[in-house]
Ligand binder design. Structure first.
Ligand SMILES: Cc1cc2nc3c(=O)[nH]c(=O)nc-3n(C[C@H](O)[C@H](O)[C@H](O)COP(=O)(O)OP(=O)(O)OC[C@H]3O[C@@H](n4cnc5c(N)ncnc54)[C@H](O)[C@@H]3O)c2cc1C
Length: 624
């Protein structure tokens, strides 16, 4: 065994850092000592997002069946598999009441992730050591050709052959409109909460009994209302016939909720399986995308790809309906498919075919209505909007719990399949700069989260009860919020109902978007200010530049302001790269993307430091 150990510093010990440590251990070169230093101020495994110190009312929005931190034999990776339990298997052994269908509280997820980290480290072979440093990495320099990481605890800096940043979800100083609203709030003694991580908020600044505007109705919204209602002593009681009654504590504010779509994310589908095997993709397939690219050049997600995607979603949906529920259709599947094949999604032929073959309206897939249910609706009275939204939420929860509508699950599973191809299209550089900068984060991710990444059904039924109790008031979609300088108040209104609300508090109930130029983290701040890292910026054919906010990498390596990739500095995570960056956990047995990315990156890094001359990057972002 060579006497000089290889040394790697991993910054960030959340789920992403933990999986990377596992992959570094799995791929450690035989016959060579490997020292891994893991740096994080939070205990490893859970890291910041899944730390122990947060309200027990905060839940995962994943069912336990979808949460494992371990590789399994379904994975098509080059590195060795190191199996381990999914959270529900681990819970059964450790006395937690978690089945595969549970949406685990985040504090239980913390216990699981802490255990995973320990298990991964203690099962490492003897030549690999892992040392945890409970500190913030605040600077990265170079000394004698080695990477030097400075910690904020005053300890000696760590020298390493390579550094891997897995810093996950970071904080940014408010910018643009958020800074203006913060200044306005300061000037008028109001409360303004910019995009945030709810567990970090001091919600005591929101007074009881007064209106507060919540802009955004995704997962951060659900966390916020949970803390402002139940977290302030309110109580839900099951209601005969379903749903809940809310008993207020009197400490809640009145929460006025609106967003672009005006609807909370759809309820997670809670039954496990389809009635028939999922159809194989037929329209949104690599060959079709390549043909489009050859015809149009760089593609727009919305204009070029969505027609194919919509037709594919229809294919997944109707395949399940026709094969699992044939009593509800009037044609055999093959006959339907013969006529579905040549028609475009918006063509009259396709619409007529569906009307003929699927008699019940609720069995038809109406994507436009599904994605924008409030579109074109106008209520004479704000109360009618409240009633409409309450019944929409209840109907959605009931439908997503009913296997008779398993065609909806096929759409969900189809979306996951399509996500992989979207990532591939992105990584192959086939998307236009504008589409990467605008369609992907603002439209596609929103569609995906809305349909496929919603809250537990119980949380939606609680929202419905809060609405009946008058604690939550819906503003609808297309909501505009203005700062009324004369009155010194925030004002919100929307096109679906008359009237507006005035409030002394406004919460942007969503996560901060990546913005490396405004990052607060000292390590990245220093690297950015010195030009050692740079922002991913794309240029369209007309010369328009699009700043993506994320850290630029090439083959997983940090790129500096002059465009050079650093061979010994690697990064992965939500703020890194130019598309979806997925780290962390996944459903076992699904050849899941996060593990493939992690394995390829770990192997590349280890090759780089073990055989420097031979290092030939196997791009971490093209493993699909
Ligand atoms: C609020 C929230 C809820 C989520 N819920 C779900 C869910 O229910 N299901 C799901 O599948 N996904 C969920 N996600 C998505 C998320 O991708 C994963 O859950 C996972 O946390 C990502 O892991 P990560 O390690 O990449 O990032 P993080 O979990 O953010 O971990 C990064 C770590 O890096 C550390 N760090 C950062 N900078 C430094 C530094 N300078 N020095 C030292 N350490 C540093 C941080 O302290 C942190 O511990 C959620 C994300 C958020 C933000």
């Amino acid at each position: 065994m060579s006497s000089e150990p290889l040394t790697i510093v991993v910054v960030g010990a959340g789920p992403g850092g933990t999986v990377m440590v596992d992959r570094l251990i799995a791929n450690a070169p035989p016959g060579r000592r490997l020292e891994i230093h893991v740096v994080d101020p939070h205990p490893p495994g859970g890291g910041r997002t899944w730390r122990r110190e947060q309200s027990e009312l905060m839940w995962m929005n994943s069912q336990a069946a979808d949460v494992s931190l371990f590789t399994d034999t379904s994975l098509r990776i080059d590195g060795p598999i190191r199996p381990g339990p999914a959270i529900y298997e681990w819970a059964a052994e450790h006395g937690y009441d978690v089945t595969h269908a549970t949406f685990p509280p985040r504090v239980i997820q913390n216990a699981y992730l802490s255990w995973c980290f320990q298990y991964i480290v203690t099962s490492a072979p003897p030549q690999v050591t892992v040392q945890v440093h409970r500190a913030t990495a605040e600077a990265l320099t170079e000394a004698g050709g080695r990477q030097r990481v400075w910690l904020d605890d005053g300890s000696e800096p760590l020298d390493a052959d390579a550094v891997l940043l897995v810093q996950g979800y970071l904080d940014a100083a408010p910018g643009g409109v958020h800074q203006e609203l913060a200044d306005f709030a300061d000037a008028h003694g109001l409360v303004y909460v910019p995009p945030n991580y709810v567990a970090d908020l001091d919600l005591d600044v929101i007074p009881a009994g007064e209106p507060v505007i919540l802009r955004g109705m995704g997962l951060g919204f659900i966390d916020t209302i949970v803390l402002l209602a139940q977290g302030r002593g309110g109580r839900f009681e099951p209601r005969p016939g379903g749903g809940y009654v809310y008993h207020p504590s009197g400490a809640e504010p009145i929460m006025y909720a609106g967003s672009r779509r005006g609807i909370p994310n759809h309820s997670k589908i809670t039954y496990p399986e389809l009635g028939a095997p999922l159809a194989a993709p037929r329209y949104f397939v690599p060959e079709a995308v390549t043909a489009l690219y050859e015809r149009h050049g760089p593609l727009d997600l919305n204009r070029h790809l969505w027609p194919l995607m919509a037709k594919e979603l229809g294919h997944f949906y109707y395949h399940e309906l026709f094969t699992a529920h044939p009593e509800r259709v009037t044609l055999p599947w093959e006959k339907f498919l013969d006529r579905y094949d040549p028609a475009g999604w918006d063509d009259d032929e396709r619409i007529t075919l569906v009307e003929e073959a699927v008699p019940r309206r609720e069995d038809r897939l109406d994507l436009a209505n599904l994605l924008s249910p409030l579109e074109g609706l106008r209520f004479d009275d704000a109360e009618d909007l409240q009633r409409w939204l309450r019944s929409y939420i209840v109907a959605n929860v009931e439908r997503h719990a009913d296997p008779a509508h398993s065609a909806d699950l096929a759409v969900y599973k189809g979306l996951l399949v399509m996500l992989a191809l979207v990532l591939d299209v992105l990584n192959q550089g086939l998307l236009s700069a504008r589409s990467q900068a605008e369609d992907l984060p603002e439209w596609f991710q929103s569609v995906f989260s809305y349909y496929a990444s919603g809250p537990p059904p119980q949380r939606l039924l609680e929202l419905e009860a809060l609405s009946r109790a008058g604690i939550v008031r819906f503003l609808g979609g297309g909501v505009t919020v203005t700062a009324d300088r004369e009155a010194g108040l925030f004002r919100a209104c929307g096109p679906h109902a008359p009237g507006h609300v005035e409030a002394r508090a406004l919460i942007e109930s969503r996560l901060p978007a990546p913005s490396i130029a405004r990052v607060k983290d000292p390590l990245l701040r220093g690297l950015y200010d010195s030009g050692s890292i740079t922002e991913e910026v794309l240029t369209g054919p007309d010369g328009t530049t699009y700043r993506l906010g994320r850290i630029r990498v090439e083959n997983g390596r940090l790129v500096n302001a002059s465009g050079a990739a650093h061979p010994r500095r690697f990064a992965l995570g939500h703020w890194v790269g130019h598309g979806f960056a997925i780290t962390g956990f996944a459903r076992p047995g699904t050849n899941a993307f996060p593990f493939r990315i992690a394995d390829a990156l770990a192997r590349d890094l280890l090759t780089e430091i073990t055989y420097p001359a031979a290092a030939a990057p196997s791009p971490a972002n093209s493993v699909l």
